[in-house]
Ligand binder design. Structure first.
Ligand code: BTN
Length: 325
């Protein structure tokens, strides 16, 4: 889907007449009507049409704006970012960067989308990705020393995301092992890391982040767990473009330094944000379930699960509150 060129003209939520839009684009009023209709069908965005007044998008749209993202990047992040793609719609920004990696692209790429048609969540779930509501983006990064050197990376990414949200919106999220972003027990965002290349040597990692910014209520019906969004928590939060820049400002330096420092320097901050510290949980690894008390993570990012048979270090799976559901 290509973003209708006239969309920025309607983004402020005010009425524009069909003639104004047609003049701005140099097309007929019928062409404007067709373009807006097609866009509304593809995205679910409401376009109000009132005889004598024209068209408007009730409430307006907070569109991603490359210039605004670039203007808010720190010098360090700007120096590490080789390319920033902002697209109207895509299957999944993670899938896109995995394709780019397989086609030979090197790291330092970011891809953000207004909408994903097949957003990927952890463990094969779908990530609900309505148009211009939330943030969906991925980063491609090169690593030299294989998977072992990347232990704990997804947890460190959680810390970086929490820092960015605290800095930009004064919202202090909590982290649920391994890498859910939560607030008050509800999901605010998620992280999905995918790897390609040699597990023992040179490899590339795609770091995908989804943050609920302003979840349209119609789309929320598809989400099967408690969720929240930044609009609810921090109505004065900056634009999605500034938020994206704030996230890149934390994430790019983390990725650049991770191979040298590993998770250890991030551990204390992760523990301070741990939503499940000391909580009775059930761990589901896919293959089996284990009950215990969550006791934080070790220097490699492994969950420390206190069980009746002693402390277990767990590297993969998902925890839930014991007794919940
Ligand atoms: C989770 O299940 O918690 C992880 C969700 C990750 C979603 C993001 S949205 C941007 C990127 N592209 C995807 O397809 N998924 C990630």
């Amino acid at each position: 889907m290509s973003l209708p060129v006239l969309l920025p003209l309607l983004a402020d939520g005010e009425f524009r007449s069909g003639q104004q839009l047609a003049d701005a684009l140099g097309v007929s009023r019928t062409a404007v009507w067709k373009q807006l209709n097609r866009f509304a069908q593809q995205t679910g965005v409401e376009i109000e049409s009132v005889r004598g007044r024209g068209y408007r998008i009730p409430g307006g749209l907070d569109l991603l704006d490359r210039a605004a993202v670039e203007a808010a990047l720190s010098p360090a992040a700007a120096g590490l970012l080789r390319e920033l793609d902002i697209v109207a719609a895509i299957d999944s920004t993670n899938a896109e960067l995995m394709r780019r990696a397989q086609a030979g692209a090197s790291g330092g790429l970011a891809c953000a989308a207004e909408q994903q048609s097949a957003g990927r969540g952890r463990r094969g779930r779908t990530w609900v990705s309505p148009f211009a509501g939330n943030l969906y983006f991925s980063l491609l990064w090169d690593f030299r020393s294989g998977a072992a050197a990347l232990e704990g990376l997804s947890l460190a990414v959680g810390v970086a995301v929490a820092r960015a949200l605290a800095g930009a919106c004064q919202v202090q999220p909590a982290l649920k092992w391994p890498n859910d972003i939560q607030y008050g027990g509800a999901k605010l965002g998620g992280i999905l890391l995918e790897m390609s290349g040699d597990a023992d040597g040179a490899c590339q990692v795609v770091v995908g982040i989804g943050i609920n910014v302003a979840m349209p209520r119609e789309a929320a019906g598809e989400i099967d767990q408690a969720w929240t969004d930044l609009r609810t928590l921090a109505p004065d939060c900056p634009s999605r473009s500034e938020l994206l820049a704030a996230l890149l400002n934390e994430l790019l330096p983390l990725l650049a330094g991770f191979e040298a420092g590993g998770f250890a320097p991030w551990r204390d901050e992760w523990l301070a944000l741990d939503a499940f510290a000391g909580v009775p949980v059930v761990l589901d690894t896919g293959a089996r379930q284990m009950a215990g008390i969550a006791r934080g993570v070790d220097e490699r990012g492994a969950l420390q699960l206190e069980t009746t048979t002693g402390m277990q270090s767990v590297y993969g799976g998902e925890i839930s509150l014991r007794g919940a559901g």
